[in-house]
Design a protein around this ligand. Structure first.
Ligand code: BG6
Length: 300
C-alpha cells in the first residue's frame, strides 16, 4: 500500500496546514503566532498509511455518525481513498486574504455499495494567519431527496486536560445526549471541564464554542474559538440550518482500548465537533448543504 499524499497549504503570514489525501483529513494547523505547535491533536500512534481512520486532526464524518448498520463507524468519507485535490491557491504578499484548497469526493463503487446515491462532497479550506475555516459542502446529485448526518471531528491539542486545564464554554442551558450514561441532560455548567470519560451531543448548539486551554509548566494559555454554522445553498440565498456540537474525551479506560491511541494521550486532547447529528439532514435534489467551522487560535 503506498502512503497517501499529504498536501501542505502555506500562508504568507507563516501559518500552514497539512491535509492527508486519505479521507481529506486535515492533520495540522500551525498558526503564524505559534508556527512550531500544531493546534490540532494527532495521536503518536495514528495510522497515516490509509489502513484505518486517522486518529486526530479533522476527520470527516459522513453520511452517518457513530455506528450504523451497513456502514463503517462514522461513515465512509474519512476512509475514502478517492478524494481529489481540485484547487489550491497560496496567498503571497501582504494582506488578510486566505490561502485556500478544495478537495472533492464523488460517488463511486465503494460509496454506492454502502449508500446508493449520487453526491459530491467538497471540503473547502481557507487558511489565514491564526484562523482556519473548513467547510464540508454536500451536493445532492441524485434524483431524490437524500438524508444524512455530517460532522467535522475536530481534535484539539491540549497541554493537560485535567484540573480545569481545558474548559469548554458556550454550552450552558443546552440539552445534550450523554452517550456515556445513555441519558438526556441539561448542561448546567458555564464551562465544561474533564475528569472522566465525556461523550456528549449538544443539540442545536449556538454558533460559538470557546475552548480555554491552560499552558503546561508556565507555558502560554490559549483560547481556541470554534465558530460553526450550517446552511443550504450558499450561492443563492443561504438558509440557516440547525447544527450540533459533540464534546468527546475517551479518558483512561477507553484510551487503553484504542490501538491507535496512547494510554495517556487522553490528557493531550479534546474533541469539539460541529455537526448535524442529532437529526438527519434532508437535502432535496440539486441542492447543497454546508457545514462549516472556523477555528481561531489566540495565544495569551
Ligand atoms: C465521537 C463519538 O464523535 O467519536 C464517540 O461521539 C466516538 O462516541 C468517537 O467514540 C471516536 O470514534 P472513532 O470511530 O474515531 O473511534
Amino acid at each position: 500500500m503506498s502512503m497517501p499524499d499529504i498536501i501542505t497549504i502555506n500562508h504568507s503570514s507563516g501559518s500552514y496546514c497539512e491535509v492527508s489525501q486519505y479521507g481529506a483529513t486535515v492533520l495540522s494547523f500551525y498558526t503564524a503566532a505559534e508556527p512550531t505547535r500544531n493546534a490540532l491533536f494527532v495521536s503518536d500512534k495514528a495510522a497515516l498509511d490509509g489502513s484505518k481512520p486517522i486518529r486526530g486532526g479533522i476527520p470527516l464524518v459522513f453520511p452517518v455518525f457513530g455506528p450504523a448498520a451497513g456502514f463503517p463507524n462514522h461513515g465512509f468519507a474519512r476512509t475514502s481513498t478517492e478524494w481529489e485535490l481540485k484547487e489550491i491557491n497560496m496567498h503571497v504578499g501582504e494582506g488578510e486574504d486566505p490561502s485556500s484548497a478544495q478537495f472533492s469526493l464523488e460517488a463511486n463503487d465503494v460509496t454506492r455499495a454502502l449508500w446508493p446515491h449520487a453526491f459530491e462532497l467538497v471540503l473547502e479550506l481557507k487558511l489565514y494567519a491564526n484562523k482556519l475555516t473548513t467547510a464540508l459542502h454536500v451536493h445532492n446529485k441524485s434524483d431524490g431527496e437524500i438524508s444524512f448526518q455530517a460532522l467535522l471531528h475536530t481534535y484539539l491539542s491540549v497541554d493537560d486536560v485535567r484540573d480545569g486545564g481545558c474548559q469548554v464554554e458556550g454550552l450552558q442551558g443546552l440539552e445534550y445526549h450523554d452517550k456515556v450514561t445513555g441519558t438526556k441532560q441539561i448542561e448546567q455548567r458555564s464551562a465544561v471541564t474533564f475528569d472522566k470519560e465525556t461523550d456528549s451531543v449538544y443539540a442545536n448548539a449556538p454558533t460559538e464554542v470557546v475552548v480555554r486551554l491552560r499552558g503546561a509548566q508556565g507555558g502560554a494559555d490559549r483560547v481556541v474559538t470554534i465558530a460553526k454554522n450550517a446552511f443550504l445553498d450558499q450561492s443563492t440565498q443561504p438558509v440557516e440550518q440547525k447544527s450540533d456540537a459533540v464534546v468527546w474525551n475517551p479518558w483512561t479506560e477507553k484510551a487503553k482500548g484504542m490501538s491507535d491511541f496512547g494510554d495517556d494521550e487522553y490528557l493531550r486532547m479534546v474533541c469539539v465537533e460541529p455537526g448535524r447529528v442529532s437529526e438527519f439532514q434532508q437535502l432535496a435534489p440539486g441542492h447543497v448543504f454546508t457545514l462549516q467551522q472556523t477555528i481561531h487560535v489566540a495565544k495569551l
